[in-house]
Design a protein around this ligand. Structure first.
Ligand code: G6P
Length: 369
């Protein structure tokens, strides 16, 4: 059956608004928070390999790579395993080292991205175990992988990936938690709490969507910006990259994502009173550091928009604008912090008259090298 836009003006907006459902669908039958159980059926034969892996190498492109970057922070923290994240196109054209006990995870919405596919073929030849995290059932990457898990986000039509990204993150959280449990690398109390928090993510995403008018009104203020900087640290550094990517793709405004502390090694030179700087400044381990990064931008008269944890007054007093997101354990914040960034990019693109569902020069699935 044809996929309809329903009441939405664009597929992208529809897909952004589907996320409470798609995240829920992705966890269905895998997460039983009340029983303290998490099980991803597709990887069951490889749980031992994952738990004993000396190293996990994540291979992807575009938005899927950003999901992989979040997974690096996650797997290292909760599973105590070394993780490398690689652009598929870079991995395949060098002479990478694959050792016994390495596990490769390929992340791809379409399951057809040529660079990712060839990279895993190469890693497979070199003896790695390949797990695929894909959205399109029966596509080439799952067929080439030893095992994997589908993201169950449903067909994604908008070229810029939104619901597939949060579904990729969800699968990665589920796998990381399952492996952490298997390895005993997570304190039981924290494990149970994160399971419960994951369970309540769809509700929290819905709450952010109910306030989408905030991102919309900010879009109308900044639609003429020539350039934007997105800054985040820790789990939210990859989200800064993803927010900037969405803005470029959809609105054709140049946007750069950076780890907030790296700002002083370059991007700070760009800041003047016309430069909007988007901070992800939620209450987490690096909160105090981010606050001082915001002060540095304000001292140079940059315009600051900050994504903050509900009720945070300190950043509200510093920033020009804030977008609140519900409180959640730091490791899960990417699932929430990315939502306002998707909305901000979407509304900016629409106001600039761009073809948000099919941006110029981009393809949904890149099957050429
Ligand atoms: C294209 C799409 C992006 C996507 C990337 C990777 O560039 O426009 O939205 O993130 O490919 O695609 P994949 O299907 O491998 O996730």
């Amino acid at each position: 059956a044809a996929i309809e836009k329903g009441n939405f003006e664009h597929y992208m907006l529809k897909e952004i608004f589907e996320q409470p459902t798609t995240i829920f669908d992705c966890m269905r039958g895998r997460l039983m928070a009340n029983k303290g159980l998490v099980k991803v059926g597709g990887i069951r034969e490889y749980v031992d390999q994952l738990a004993n892996a000396k190293r996990i190498i994540i291979i992807a492109c575009g938005t899927s790579l950003h999901a992989g970057m979040v997974a690096k922070y996650l797997f290292e923290e909760v599973c105590r395993v070394t993780v490398e994240v690689e652009y598929a196109s870079e991995f395949r054209y060098r002479n990478p080292v694959i050792r016994d006990g390495d596990v490769v995870i390929a992340i791809s919405q379409s399951g057809e991205t040529a660079d990712t596919l060839v990279a895993i073929e190469k890693a497979k030849e070199m003896g790695a175990i390949i797990l695929g995290i894909c959205n399109v059932v029966g596509s080439s990457i799952p067929r080439t992988s030893h095992a994997g898990a589908y993201t169950h986000a449903g067909a994604e039509i908008g070229v810029a990936s939104t619901k597939a990204f949060t579904a990729q993150l969800t699968v990665l959280y589920l796998i990381a938690l399952q492996i952490a449990k298997e390895k005993g690398t997570m304190e039981n109390e924290r494990f149970r709490r994160i399971l419960n928090e994951l369970d309540s993510i769809p509700k929290k995403v819905q709450k952010i969507l109910d306030n989408s008018y905030i991102a919309q009104s900010l879009a109308s203020l900044y639609l003429d910006a020539k350039s934007m900087i997105y800054l985040g640290r820790g789990y939210n550094f990859p989200i800064a990259l993803e927010g900037a990517l969405k803005m470029k793709e959809i609105s054709y405004i140049h946007a750069e994502g950076y780890p907030a502390a790296e700002m002083k090694h370059g991007p700070i030179a760009l800041i003047d009173d016309e430069m909007p700087v988007m901070f992800i400044a939620t209450k987490d381990a690096t909160y105090e550091k981010i606050v001082s990064n915001i002060q540095e931008v304000k001292a140079r008269k940059g315009k600051v928009i900050a994504i903050v944890t509900e009720g945070d007054d300190a950043v509200k007093n510093l920033a020009d604008h804030v977008i609140e997101i519900p409180e959640v354990d730091e490791i899960l914040t990417p699932l929430l912090s990315v939502i306002p960034l998707q909305l901000f990019a979407y509304y900016t693109g629409v106001l600039r008259g761009c073809n948000v569902d099919q941006p110029r020069n981009l393809a949904k699935s890149v099957t050429v090298e």
